[in-house]
Design a protein around this ligand. Structure first.
Ligand SMILES: *[C@@H]1O[C@H](CO)[C@@H](O)[C@H](O)[C@H]1NC(C)=O
Length: 267
Protein backbone atom coordinates (compact mmCIF):
# COMPACT_ATOMS: atom_id res chain seq x y z
CA UNK A 1 0.00 0.00 0.00
CA UNK A 2 1.33 3.40 -0.80
CA UNK A 3 -0.70 5.75 1.37
CA UNK A 4 2.35 7.69 2.50
CA UNK A 5 0.71 9.59 5.34
CA UNK A 6 0.35 6.33 7.19
CA UNK A 7 3.95 5.27 6.75
CA UNK A 8 5.40 7.67 9.29
CA UNK A 9 6.73 5.61 12.16
CA UNK A 10 4.54 7.44 14.66
CA UNK A 11 5.23 6.48 18.22
CA UNK A 12 3.12 7.41 21.21
CA UNK A 13 4.25 5.02 23.88
CA UNK A 14 2.03 4.29 26.86
CA UNK A 15 3.53 5.05 30.25
CA UNK A 16 4.51 2.10 32.37
CA UNK A 17 1.85 1.06 34.88
CA UNK A 18 2.32 1.88 38.53
CA UNK A 19 1.51 -0.45 41.34
CA UNK A 20 -2.26 -0.56 41.96
CA UNK A 21 -2.11 0.71 45.54
CA UNK A 22 -0.18 3.81 44.61
CA UNK A 23 -2.38 4.49 41.60
CA UNK A 24 -5.62 4.31 43.61
CA UNK A 25 -4.16 6.57 46.27
CA UNK A 26 -2.99 9.18 43.77
CA UNK A 27 -6.29 9.03 41.85
CA UNK A 28 -8.13 9.89 45.06
CA UNK A 29 -5.83 12.82 45.68
CA UNK A 30 -5.94 14.13 42.13
CA UNK A 31 -9.71 13.82 41.77
CA UNK A 32 -10.16 15.92 44.87
CA UNK A 33 -7.74 18.63 43.81
CA UNK A 34 -7.96 18.92 40.00
CA UNK A 35 -10.18 17.94 37.07
CA UNK A 36 -8.92 15.00 35.02
CA UNK A 37 -6.72 16.07 32.12
CA UNK A 38 -8.33 16.17 28.65
CA UNK A 39 -6.85 15.30 25.23
CA UNK A 40 -3.31 16.74 24.80
CA UNK A 41 -3.20 17.99 28.40
CA UNK A 42 0.06 17.15 30.14
CA UNK A 43 -0.20 14.14 32.40
CA UNK A 44 2.07 12.18 34.63
CA UNK A 45 2.07 8.64 35.92
CA UNK A 46 0.44 9.85 39.12
CA UNK A 47 -2.54 11.53 37.41
CA UNK A 48 -4.84 9.56 35.18
CA UNK A 49 -6.35 11.04 32.04
CA UNK A 50 -10.10 11.16 31.40
CA UNK A 51 -12.04 8.11 30.25
CA UNK A 52 -10.82 6.53 27.03
CA UNK A 53 -7.55 8.48 27.13
CA UNK A 54 -4.01 7.23 27.69
CA UNK A 55 -1.07 9.05 29.19
CA UNK A 56 1.66 8.66 26.59
CA UNK A 57 4.71 10.19 25.00
CA UNK A 58 4.16 11.52 21.50
CA UNK A 59 7.38 13.03 20.08
CA UNK A 60 5.84 12.95 16.57
CA UNK A 61 3.52 15.77 17.70
CA UNK A 62 6.46 17.79 19.03
CA UNK A 63 5.50 16.93 22.62
CA UNK A 64 8.41 16.23 24.90
CA UNK A 65 6.36 15.54 28.01
CA UNK A 66 3.63 12.90 28.35
CA UNK A 67 0.18 14.05 27.23
CA UNK A 68 -3.29 12.50 27.31
CA UNK A 69 -4.00 10.77 24.01
CA UNK A 70 -7.22 9.30 22.73
CA UNK A 71 -7.18 5.58 22.12
CA UNK A 72 -10.78 4.90 21.16
CA UNK A 73 -12.96 5.62 18.15
CA UNK A 74 -16.74 5.87 18.16
CA UNK A 75 -18.25 3.06 16.13
CA UNK A 76 -20.58 4.84 13.66
CA UNK A 77 -23.45 2.37 14.03
CA UNK A 78 -23.72 3.49 17.67
CA UNK A 79 -24.75 6.95 16.39
CA UNK A 80 -27.15 5.82 13.67
CA UNK A 81 -28.08 2.25 12.86
CA UNK A 82 -29.66 0.53 9.89
CA UNK A 83 -28.02 2.34 6.96
CA UNK A 84 -26.45 0.60 3.95
CA UNK A 85 -22.93 -0.53 4.83
CA UNK A 86 -21.35 1.94 2.37
CA UNK A 87 -22.99 4.96 4.02
CA UNK A 88 -20.72 4.70 7.04
CA UNK A 89 -17.12 5.73 7.58
CA UNK A 90 -15.17 2.99 9.32
CA UNK A 91 -11.81 3.33 10.99
CA UNK A 92 -9.26 1.13 9.21
CA UNK A 93 -5.69 0.55 10.35
CA UNK A 94 -2.91 0.38 7.79
CA UNK A 95 -0.50 -2.51 8.36
CA UNK A 96 -2.55 -3.44 11.40
CA UNK A 97 -0.05 -6.20 12.25
CA UNK A 98 3.07 -3.99 12.16
CA UNK A 99 2.97 -3.43 15.89
CA UNK A 100 5.72 -1.88 17.98
CA UNK A 101 7.13 -4.43 20.43
CA UNK A 102 6.02 -7.45 18.36
CA UNK A 103 8.72 -10.02 19.06
CA UNK A 104 11.01 -10.60 16.06
CA UNK A 105 11.92 -14.07 14.85
CA UNK A 106 14.48 -15.71 17.16
CA UNK A 107 17.97 -14.42 16.48
CA UNK A 108 16.81 -11.87 13.89
CA UNK A 109 16.89 -8.08 14.13
CA UNK A 110 13.69 -6.79 12.50
CA UNK A 111 14.21 -4.03 9.94
CA UNK A 112 10.93 -2.35 9.02
CA UNK A 113 8.50 0.46 9.84
CA UNK A 114 5.97 0.11 12.61
CA UNK A 115 2.46 1.48 12.24
CA UNK A 116 0.57 0.41 15.37
CA UNK A 117 0.88 0.12 19.12
CA UNK A 118 -2.28 -1.78 20.00
CA UNK A 119 -2.62 -5.50 19.43
CA UNK A 120 -5.17 -6.34 16.73
CA UNK A 121 -7.63 -7.43 19.44
CA UNK A 122 -7.27 -4.07 21.19
CA UNK A 123 -7.56 -2.20 17.90
CA UNK A 124 -10.92 -3.92 17.38
CA UNK A 125 -12.01 -3.27 20.97
CA UNK A 126 -11.06 0.39 20.49
CA UNK A 127 -13.32 0.83 17.47
CA UNK A 128 -11.23 -0.22 14.46
CA UNK A 129 -13.45 -2.02 11.94
CA UNK A 130 -11.04 -2.55 9.04
CA UNK A 131 -7.60 -4.18 8.87
CA UNK A 132 -5.06 -3.84 6.07
CA UNK A 133 -2.87 -6.92 6.10
CA UNK A 134 0.13 -7.79 3.90
CA UNK A 135 0.16 -11.54 3.31
CA UNK A 136 3.16 -13.47 2.00
CA UNK A 137 4.22 -17.06 1.63
CA UNK A 138 6.94 -17.70 4.18
CA UNK A 139 8.22 -20.67 6.19
CA UNK A 140 5.71 -23.01 4.53
CA UNK A 141 2.70 -20.96 5.64
CA UNK A 142 1.03 -17.59 5.01
CA UNK A 143 2.62 -14.83 7.10
CA UNK A 144 2.05 -11.17 7.81
CA UNK A 145 5.19 -9.32 6.76
CA UNK A 146 6.01 -5.67 6.26
CA UNK A 147 8.28 -6.33 3.34
CA UNK A 148 9.18 -5.40 -0.23
CA UNK A 149 9.53 -6.86 -3.75
CA UNK A 150 6.75 -9.33 -3.03
CA UNK A 151 8.94 -11.41 -0.78
CA UNK A 152 8.96 -11.90 2.98
CA UNK A 153 12.32 -12.11 4.76
CA UNK A 154 13.03 -13.20 8.30
CA UNK A 155 13.77 -9.55 9.17
CA UNK A 156 10.43 -8.28 7.77
CA UNK A 157 8.24 -11.12 9.12
CA UNK A 158 5.76 -10.63 11.96
CA UNK A 159 3.75 -13.81 12.46
CA UNK A 160 1.61 -16.42 10.73
CA UNK A 161 -1.55 -14.73 9.42
CA UNK A 162 -3.75 -17.34 11.06
CA UNK A 163 -2.93 -15.93 14.52
CA UNK A 164 -4.33 -12.52 13.60
CA UNK A 165 -7.31 -14.03 11.77
CA UNK A 166 -8.15 -16.03 14.90
CA UNK A 167 -8.21 -12.74 16.84
CA UNK A 168 -10.72 -11.47 14.27
CA UNK A 169 -12.77 -14.65 14.63
CA UNK A 170 -12.87 -14.26 18.42
CA UNK A 171 -14.00 -10.64 18.11
CA UNK A 172 -16.75 -11.48 15.58
CA UNK A 173 -18.11 -14.31 17.71
CA UNK A 174 -18.05 -12.19 20.88
CA UNK A 175 -19.61 -9.18 19.14
CA UNK A 176 -22.47 -10.52 17.01
CA UNK A 177 -23.53 -7.17 15.56
CA UNK A 178 -20.11 -5.95 14.43
CA UNK A 179 -18.81 -6.07 10.84
CA UNK A 180 -15.12 -6.22 9.90
CA UNK A 181 -13.40 -5.54 6.58
CA UNK A 182 -10.02 -7.06 5.73
CA UNK A 183 -8.03 -5.63 2.83
CA UNK A 184 -5.15 -7.87 1.76
CA UNK A 185 -2.00 -6.78 0.01
CA UNK A 186 -1.73 -10.20 -1.50
CA UNK A 187 1.54 -12.01 -2.31
CA UNK A 188 0.08 -15.49 -1.81
CA UNK A 189 0.49 -17.67 -4.91
CA UNK A 190 -0.70 -21.08 -3.72
CA UNK A 191 -4.05 -21.86 -5.36
CA UNK A 192 -6.86 -21.45 -2.81
CA UNK A 193 -4.22 -20.40 -0.27
CA UNK A 194 -6.32 -17.51 1.03
CA UNK A 195 -9.66 -19.30 1.15
CA UNK A 196 -8.07 -22.24 2.98
CA UNK A 197 -6.41 -19.88 5.44
CA UNK A 198 -9.68 -18.11 6.31
CA UNK A 199 -11.45 -21.47 6.65
CA UNK A 200 -8.71 -22.70 9.03
CA UNK A 201 -9.26 -19.57 11.13
CA UNK A 202 -13.00 -20.32 11.34
CA UNK A 203 -13.87 -17.22 9.37
CA UNK A 204 -15.59 -18.85 6.37
CA UNK A 205 -18.92 -18.81 8.27
CA UNK A 206 -18.86 -14.97 8.35
CA UNK A 207 -17.63 -14.50 4.77
CA UNK A 208 -19.74 -12.07 2.72
CA UNK A 209 -19.87 -13.67 -0.75
CA UNK A 210 -18.79 -11.81 -3.87
CA UNK A 211 -22.12 -12.74 -5.50
CA UNK A 212 -23.92 -10.45 -3.01
CA UNK A 213 -21.59 -7.49 -3.48
CA UNK A 214 -23.17 -4.56 -5.32
CA UNK A 215 -21.95 -3.46 -8.74
CA UNK A 216 -22.02 -0.15 -10.56
CA UNK A 217 -22.30 2.06 -7.52
CA UNK A 218 -25.41 0.45 -6.02
CA UNK A 219 -25.78 0.53 -2.25
CA UNK A 220 -24.57 -2.35 -0.13
CA UNK A 221 -27.06 -4.22 2.06
CA UNK A 222 -27.84 -2.47 5.33
CA UNK A 223 -25.74 -3.27 8.36
CA UNK A 224 -28.84 -4.88 9.89
CA UNK A 225 -29.23 -7.23 6.93
CA UNK A 226 -25.57 -8.19 7.10
CA UNK A 227 -25.87 -8.87 10.84
CA UNK A 228 -29.10 -10.87 10.46
CA UNK A 229 -27.51 -13.06 7.78
CA UNK A 230 -24.33 -13.26 9.89
CA UNK A 231 -22.30 -12.20 6.83
CA UNK A 232 -20.08 -9.89 8.83
CA UNK A 233 -16.67 -10.27 7.24
CA UNK A 234 -15.72 -8.51 4.00
CA UNK A 235 -12.45 -9.64 2.42
CA UNK A 236 -10.72 -7.89 -0.47
CA UNK A 237 -7.53 -8.84 -2.29
CA UNK A 238 -5.15 -6.82 -4.42
CA UNK A 239 -4.96 -9.68 -6.98
CA UNK A 240 -7.71 -9.45 -9.62
CA UNK A 241 -7.66 -13.12 -10.65
CA UNK A 242 -8.57 -14.38 -7.18
CA UNK A 243 -12.14 -13.18 -7.50
CA UNK A 244 -12.87 -15.76 -10.20
CA UNK A 245 -10.44 -18.39 -8.86
CA UNK A 246 -11.44 -18.51 -5.22
CA UNK A 247 -14.18 -15.97 -4.57
CA UNK A 248 -12.06 -13.28 -2.92
CA UNK A 249 -13.34 -9.88 -4.04
CA UNK A 250 -10.87 -7.84 -6.10
CA UNK A 251 -10.42 -4.63 -4.13
CA UNK A 252 -10.43 -2.19 -7.09
CA UNK A 253 -13.75 -3.43 -8.40
CA UNK A 254 -15.38 -2.09 -5.24
CA UNK A 255 -13.18 0.68 -3.84
CA UNK A 256 -11.55 3.95 -4.76
CA UNK A 257 -8.56 5.51 -3.07
CA UNK A 258 -7.16 9.01 -2.80
CA UNK A 259 -3.61 8.35 -3.84
CA UNK A 260 -0.63 9.92 -2.16
CA UNK A 261 2.43 8.66 -3.96
CA UNK A 262 5.18 11.18 -3.52
CA UNK A 263 7.26 9.03 -1.28
CA UNK A 264 7.24 5.30 -1.35
CA UNK A 265 9.47 3.69 1.23
CA UNK A 266 8.27 0.17 1.62
CA UNK A 267 5.26 -1.92 0.64
C1 LIG B 1 17.51 -15.23 8.00
O1 LIG B 1 17.41 -15.57 6.63
C2 LIG B 1 18.66 -15.67 5.97
C3 LIG B 1 18.38 -16.03 4.51
O2 LIG B 1 17.47 -15.18 3.94
C4 LIG B 1 19.53 -16.72 6.61
O3 LIG B 1 20.79 -16.75 5.98
C5 LIG B 1 19.69 -16.42 8.07
O4 LIG B 1 20.39 -17.48 8.71
C6 LIG B 1 18.33 -16.27 8.74
N1 LIG B 1 18.55 -15.87 10.12
C7 LIG B 1 18.08 -16.59 11.15
C8 LIG B 1 18.50 -16.11 12.50
O5 LIG B 1 17.35 -17.54 11.02
Amino acid sequence: MSACFLHHPLRCRPRPQLSAGYLIFSLLISSVLIARPAVLDPCSPSASCGQGLYCGNCPALGKNQPVCTRGQATVPTSIIGGLPFNKYTWLVTHNSFSIVDSPPLPGVQRLTFYNQEDSVTNQLLNGVRGLMLDMYEFNGDIWLCHSFRGQCYNFTAFQPAINTLKEVEAFLSQNPSEIITIIIEDYVHTPKGLSNLFARAGLDKYWFPVSKMPRKGDDWPTVNEMVQQNLRLLVFTSVASKEAEEGVAYQWKYMVENECKRFKFID
